[in-house]
Write a protein that binds this ligand. Structure first.
Ligand code: FAQ
Length: 330
């Protein structure tokens, strides 16, 4: 089964064998907001946490190409096709920067890909939901890229240098993606009654899974406390989720669409929206590999990897040839 294993103790305490003076120096640098770089000393658990998070982030970008890639040939105009094609290519690029950032921690890309394909590594739950209509492409750009930006902007200041720097470009591109999604939603919400209905239906289906993207509630998030101490995460899951709701609800109102949450209510005292209970059993089922299209996604990923073998072989042969030619010339 394409399950994603749940680790019981993902951020084990720093091993007793690690010299205390190195740990102290590392923690002082993190506390001073210095970037940790690949050749710097770091606790093994910090390295493990980063490889876990960055590789899962990379997998999410690559698997995330599938639901939208599915619509390139069906986009309603040449302009829409070109824009969507560019967006899907951007997501592929994000995956590559992220794999490269994770590789600087000493884990081979093949190892990470193998973990994805065998169900040992996770990727974002959101990509296990199907894209049923063109309005879903608008909803993904608006909500999914919107949630991704909310999470990734603070990651530009994450404590590991290569991850933080990769995020700078990713965030610029995601911001463009969010706008293209919102523009699709504006066209549909202001179109025919049938188009508006499609836009509302897409919002109904993507709203709750988008809120789940931020991860479990803080009191059920085993990694948050340590990741916040190490400044890998800059905000907690619940803080980012609340920020997303506060920013996105007025956008839905502007579209004339209704957020599918009868408990949604603006609280004048706190200045935040209150929202209904998230179905966490659905979230954990999807994390465990039981999402509506989880098996299809993994099948398509493995197929793409297998069918791309000749491209990787050709690129490696070309690089070896170039290297040989350079050596002969020296
Ligand atoms: N899906 O203790 P926490 C995108 C797992 S990019 C699946 O809170 P943590 C771009 C979590 O891994 C979207 N699993 O964990 C795009 C952990 O299991 P583990 C991806 C999830 O790491 C747009 C366990 O639950 N973005 O969309 C999820 O502190 C459009 C306990 O959770 C990133 O990856 C989930 N939603 O916080 C592409 C951002 N949530 O690993 C195409 C970077 C939690 O211990 C089209 N990552 N889990 O076995 C992060 O910020 C964090 O890793 C969190 C989770 C916030 C996702």
């Amino acid at each position: 089964m394409y399950t994603t294993e749940l680790q019981k103790h993902p951020s084990k305490p720093v091993a007793a064998t690690e010299p205390q003076e190195l740990i102290d120096a590392f923690e002082a640098r993190v506390a001073a907001d210095e970037f940790i770089e690949p050749k710097d000393w770091m606790p093994a658990a910090y390295r493990r946490t980063l490889v876990r998070q960055i590789s899962q982030h990379a997998h999410s970008e690559i698997v995330g190409m599938l639901p939208e890639g599915n619509w390139i040939s069906r986009a309603p105009s040449l302009r829409r096709k070109a824009v969507l094609l560019a967006k899907v290519q951007d997501e592929g690029g994000h995956g590559l920067y992220l794999y490269a950032a994770a590789e600087t921690l000493g884990t081979a890309r093949e190892e990470m890909i193998e973990a994805l394909h065998t169900g040992k590594a996770k990727y974002s739950t959101i990509f296990n939901y199907p894209t049923l209509t063109w309005a879903d492409i608008g909803a993904i750009g608006w909500l999914v890229d919107g949630a991704a930006i909310m999470n990734q902007v603070p990651l530009q200041r994450t404590s590991y240098g290569p991850y933080a720097r990769a995020m700078v470009r990713v965030c610029k591109e995601e911001s463009f993606h969010q706008r293209q999604g919102y523009e699709i939603m504006m066209c549909m919400a202001n179109g025919t009654p049938e188009q508006k209905e499609m836009a509302q239906d897409a919002l109904n289906r993507w709203w709750w899974p988008s809120l789940m993207m931020f991860g479990p509630p803080d009191d059920e998030s085993p990694n948050t406390a340590q990741s916040m101490r190490w400044r890998i995460k800059r905000d907690t899951n619940d803080e980012l989720r609340q920020h997303f709701v506060d920013v996105t609800v007025p956008q839905a109102e502007f579209l004339g669409l209704t957020v599918p949450d009868p408990k949604l209510k603006f609280n004048d005292k706190t200045g935040h929206y209150e929202f209904g209970e998230i179905d966490w059993s659905e979230f954990w089922n999807v994390v465990k590999g039981e999402g509506p299209v989880a098996k299809e996604r993994m099948h398509d990923r493995v197929k793409a990897w297998d069918e791309g073998a000749w491209v990787r072989d050709a690129a490696a042969a070309h690089a070896a040839k170039q290297h040989g030619a350079r050596q002969a010339a020296e």
